[in-house]
Design a protein around this ligand. Structure first.
Ligand SMILES: C[S@@+](CC[C@H](N)C(=O)[O-])C[C@H]1O[C@@H](n2cnc3c(N)ncnc32)[C@H](O)[C@@H]1O
Length: 508
């Protein structure tokens, strides 16, 4: 396929739904007792959902549109051939130019909004230099650092679904759309935050690899629309055929809980955390800043041998080391040019001239790091650095892996081990404090508490915000101080028992 065609397919999210899948979906909606008077397919493509809707709901009026004129012609031709064009109105239109609110009053209710909007993010669109975007983009109203670090990136499907739900707010009907699971959760969060009228939702997992050759967790997302209803709980089904949900997700204190029943069991442990979780170090230039040791020599990501002073060099673990418990040996070192955010770096020149020369040699890469957080900062700046980064003892967890396992990080040859920015950590003041934190956090009660918040198919399932929810005092009281001490001593007999007792007493 020509590059231009591939680019267009990506820009317009042009992956047509197979007709058997579309038919299964309209059948599912019918089986839920829904009988729509009007059906809207806002990005109808070649019409899989239009034709499945015609078959399943022969009495409904159907409205379809797509930006691609050729697709509309294909549908019209097909309709002409089948002689069933009486109630089907299809036209070429750009979703972003339509004022949906204006058209609603004239439509017969209940309404079924169905389809499969483009699965592409605004950031991917920018890379493609694509124009298929709404004018107003910051839908979740992110500002400052969140916007700069990419939280303002959104899916086109997310924007389309939110726009539809806002336009149809207060009307009777159902929205049923294929989308990524992450999109469905963001839409639900938007509904909850903006109190849209919704009387429940569902996510039915689909095999995106099989139907769309997409390596992503996706679903049929349904949202029941009902005037004066504000129920944002969402049933999760394993497949389109499943009769019973495997779990229910829903909101508590503004957070989308991943498992409401487990959360109910442990929600009394939620509160003010006595510890502050921190991120590992962010430098966005691993080829320069991370060095691997081979036969006693350090090499950077370009396989160049690097000879620099010890001063700014720290042993490090990556997320994979933390997740796979590869803590017995140090495989990598990180150049850490600052002790705190914004620290002047020009002092490196006198303190460690070889390190300064090395950083300057690679200054082109370091100076051109894309993220705007590095702009107007001292040269070679890093983020996620502070006193905590240099604590000798730490408790760490990887944010990327599908497991809640906390590791105890020890110093390496009297130097603190630093972590990459996909890890989270708590600094501990002593070995004994680290042992206690390790024991408490790895206790099944705490793991279950955290699990209730974690959406495992998210890009970064474990997040700092979630870690911060645990009230350590309440967790200690739940498990019992004696139990924690015994478990800690059993696993770490070298720890000083009295010191642990002392430290733990501060928890109550
Ligand atoms: C994932 S395909 C799905 C097509 C169809 N809904 C289906 O399920 O088979 C996305 C469709 O959105 C259309 N599209 C992309 N951007 C659009 C826009 N701004 N307005 C209307 N349609 C658009 C594309 O042409 C494409 O047909």
């Amino acid at each position: 396929m020509k590059n231009q065609k591939i680019r267009e397919i990506k820009e317009f999210g042009d992956f047509q739904t197979p007709s058997d899948l579309a038919l299964q979906i309209t059948g599912l909606i019918q089986n839920r007792g829904i009988n729509p008077s009007t059906i809207i397919e806002p990005t109808c493509g070649t019409g899989s959902f239009i034709f499945s809707a015609l078959e399943t709901f022969p009495n409904a009026e159907i409205i379809g549109m797509d930006i691609n004129r050729d697709y509309i012609e294909i549908i019209k031709k097909k309709l002409d051939q089948s002689e069933i064009n009486i109630k089907v109105d299809v036209k070429q239109a750009d979703f972003f130019q339509i004022n949906w609110k204006k058209q609603i009053d004239s439509l017969q209710k209940p309404i079924l909004i169905i389809g499969n909007p483009p699965w592409i993010t605004s950031a991917e669109m920018t890379v493609l230099n694509g124009q298929n975007l709404p004018i107003k983009t910051n839908i979740h109203k992110f500002s400052g650092l969140d916007a700069k670090t990419g939280k303002s990136n959104f899916d086109i499907a997310e924007w389309i679904i939110i726009n539809l739900l806002e336009s149809f707010n207060g009307y009777d009907g159902i929205l049923a759309m294929l989308c990524k699971n992450s999109v469905a959760r963001k839409v639900l969060t938007y509904c909850n935050n903006n109190k849209l009228m919704v009387s429940g939702a569902s996510m039915y997992s689909i095999d995106a690899k099989k139907y769309f050759q997409a390596a992503v967790d996706a679903c049929l997302f349904t949202c029941d629309l009902k005037p004066d209803s504000y129920n944002y709980s969402c049933r999760i089904y394993k497949t389109l055929e499943s009769k019973n949900p495997i779990q229910v997700i829903g909101f508590a204190n503004g957070e989308l809980i991943a498992n409401v029943s487990i959360y109910q069991k442990w929600k009394h442990l939620q509160g003010q955390s006595q510890y502050t979780w921190r991120s590992g170090i962010k430098h966005d230039c691993s080829k320069v800043m991370e060095l691997a040791k081979k036969e006693g020599f350090l090499f950077n990501g370009f396989n160049e041998q690097v000879l620099i002073e010890e001063e700014y060099l720290y042993p490090m673990y990556k997320s994979s080391d933390i997740a796979n418990n590869r803590l017995d040996d140090i495989r990598r070192w990180m150049i850490v040019p600052q002790k705190y955010i914004g620290e002047e770096t020009s002092v490196i020149k006198d303190k460690s001239p070889l390190t300064w020369d090395y950083l300057n040699k690679h200054s082109k890469r370091l100076d051109s790091r894309a993220s705007s957080i590095y702009k107007n900062r001292p040269r070679f700046s890093i983020f996620g650095v502070g006193k905590y980064s240099f604590s000798l003892w730490k408790i760490a967890v990887s944010g990327l892996y599908k497991q809640v396992i906390f590791r105890l990080i020890r110093p390496y040859k009297d130097k603190p081990v630093v972590l990459d920015d996909t890890c989270y950590l708590i600094p501990a003041n002593s070995f004994e404090e680290a042992v206690l934190l390790y024991t408490l956090l790895n206790h099944p009660v705490v793991k279950e508490f955290y699990t209730s918040f974690i959406h495992w198919d998210a890009k970064r399932p474990i997040q700092k915000r979630i870690l911060q929810y645990l009230d350590f005092k309440k967790a200690c009281d739940e498990i019992g101080h004696k139990m924690i001490l015994n478990l800690a001593f059993e696993n770490f007999p070298l720890a000083n028992f009295e010191k642990m007792e002392e430290t733990l007493s501060h928890f109550s």
